[in-house]
Design a binder for this molecule. Sequence first.
Ligand code: GLU
Length: 300
Amino acid sequence: MTNEIVGRFAPTPSGRMHLGNVFAALIAWLSVRSQGGQMVLRMEDLDTQRTSDEYARLLRQDLQWLGLTWDRETLPQRRRTAVYDGYFEKLRELGLLYPCYCTRSQLHSVNAPHQSDGTYVYPGTCRHRADPPPDRPPSYRVMVPQERICLVDLCQGPYAQDLSAACGDFVVRRADGCYVYQLAVVVDDGEAGVTEVVRGMDLLGSAPRQMYLQRLFGFPHPAYGHVPMLLAPDGRRLSKRDRDLDLGQLRQRMTAQELIGRLAHAAGLIDRYEPVSAAELAAGFSWNKIRGQAIFLDRL
Ligand code: GLU
């Protein structure tokens, strides 16, 4: 065993890289490279309807253009179903899985209003189901304990969540047989030996569910760094809908050094704007320079 730092890029190849993805990838890379660690690339293409090999190819090209290098690429998620099956069985052996027949409309009627990230608190309806199951394939949920799961995020500081109050028993395999992101991400990061997970702030609320699965599967917890969201000057969150801010457009208007300089300046990594490469930023990188929940970015 070495105690090497291993970070990762885990993009979803469902479109061109967007500014928010660029920012998270830049910080992930800087943190790992500034510690002399390795970077792993993995395509998160569980959603076979929305993702494609062509977008995966463009994502690799965009990362290369940005100078965000990686040391190895692991198998994309759509080729790892058999591996996920093994971990699913492990949950079954632990006695923590149960089939859920609740329909979307049943879930919505008992659970409104939803939390801002789209999760809802599952009331455990099928955990105690007494009547015979309906004749349709179920999804599968993992039982969660009533316990606070705590972490100290590299960017956001202390964070705690009681899974039973925040989401309840959650789905790990959908009724169509597809595994969900929460299970796949834990298995993939765990098997790749990832020690540091850096991504957008919108996934902070998922970290405790992932830590719970890590514990059940016997993986060590990685360090987490959830980087702030990028906001337009009017406070609006920049999203995939701002097509002019994806790399297909931005690469025609500026160099990688200009783009990285703008992001690094907005994030507080450099005091004055100047074009700069990712490699040049690595030496001076410190998590202490990036704090908070949001970064305002003038339109590029
Ligand atoms: N695949 C996710 C995304 O592109 C990231 C998941 C993660 O970093 O854990 O937003």
